[in-house]
Design a protein around this ligand. Structure first.
Ligand SMILES: Nc1ncnc2c1ncn2[C@@H]1O[C@H](COP(=O)(O)OP(=O)(O)O)[C@@H](O)[C@H]1O
Ligand SMILES: [Mg+2]
Length: 273
């Protein structure tokens, strides 16, 4: 960690010394819009997101961050009034073309939500959910997946002796790590996180940030956060949304020190939010 000063001399902790590797583009939006009925909540977004990089999406409340994030694994399909326009390409294929198998898309692009949402089932069954859906039923294989996923989510030591207990008995921070383990159990390529720490205490939030750091360079992470300090701490690239448009997108260190757009500068210097 290092720190940088923003234009108005506020300090932001940023990752330093770790040059961002050049990676292939994994996700690419072209003139992509999302509508709720007539309301265009995401407007003509153009973005290329690289593989195995942490990308943060920031911006004021209601600017379309969650809508854009949910569009990436077609979670918006569940809302009847939603329509999209343009392209959202995952590995070169438009996920909104007719051929996409949405179930397998959501296994390859997993999601963790703002409020921890474990199933009211055992810890084991929560993590086994995705693998079972993929047809994995052999006990030894499942045990192995459960253990490795819970380890990746830094929860194993706390729950290994009570895998059969109900997940609802865990603390909020543990529940969120369980949701991460559940998402990781199907080996996603991309993990979408929508304000994953905003319902957590500072200590639990720090653990989630540590997890993001451990997953860096292994999977692609796209995290929505209204916490700019968090965006600066965890991400390699940052996109700033404002009123549905992607105003600016670039390397996190640069966006926070030398934003090229006035709106971005006003937002990161706290003039509105
Ligand atoms: N389920 C929904 N139905 C209709 N409009 C919605 C829905 N969810 C969000 N919106 C609208 O879309 C816009 C963007 O919202 P959202 O993506 O939730 O913003 P953010 O995550 O940046 O706070 C807002 O105007 C919001 O009212
Ligand atoms: Mg939101």
């Amino acid at each position: 960690m290092g720190s940088i000063n923003s234009a108005d001399n506020r300090k932001f902790q940023v990752k330093s010394g770790s040059a961002i590797p050049k990676k292939d583009v994994e996700l690419s939006a072209k003139n992509f819009s999302v509508f709720y009925g007539l309301n265009e909540a995401v407007k003509n977004v153009e973005i290329d997101i690289s593989k195995e990089i942490v990308t943060a999406i920031i911006g004021p409340s209601g600017c379309g961050k969650s809508t854009f994030l949910r569009a990436i694994n077609r979670m918006n399909d569940l809302i009847p009034s939603v329509n999209v326009k343009g392209e959202l390409n995952f590995e070169g294929r438009n996920i909104y073309s007719g051929e996409t198998d949405v179930i397998s898309l959501r296994q390859r692009i997993g999601m963790v939500f703002q409020k921890p949402n474990p199933f009211p089932k055992s810890i084991f069954d929560n993590v086994a959910y995705g693998p079972r859906l993929k047809g994995i039923s052999e006990k030894d294989i499942l045990n192995e997946i459960i253990e490795s996923s819970l380890k990746r989510a830094a929860l194993w030591d706390e729950v290994k002796d009570r895998l059969k207990s109900n997940a609802m008995g865990l603390s909020g921070g543990q529940q969120q790590r369980l949701c991460m383990a559940r998402a990781l159990a199907v080996d996603p390529q991309i993990l979408l996180m929508d304000e994953p720490t905003s319902a957590l205490d500072p200590r639990s939030s720090a653990r989630i940030e540590d997890l993001i750091d451990e997953l860096r360079r292994k999977i692609t992470i796209i995290i929505v956060t209204h916490n700019m300090q968090q965006a600066a701490r965890v991400s390699d690239y940052t996109g700033f949304f404002y009123e549905g448009s992607l105003i600016e997108f670039g390397e996190t260190g640069k966006l926070f020190t030398m934003p090229s757009d006035k709106h971005t500068e006003d937002y990161i210097t706290g003039r509105f939010g």
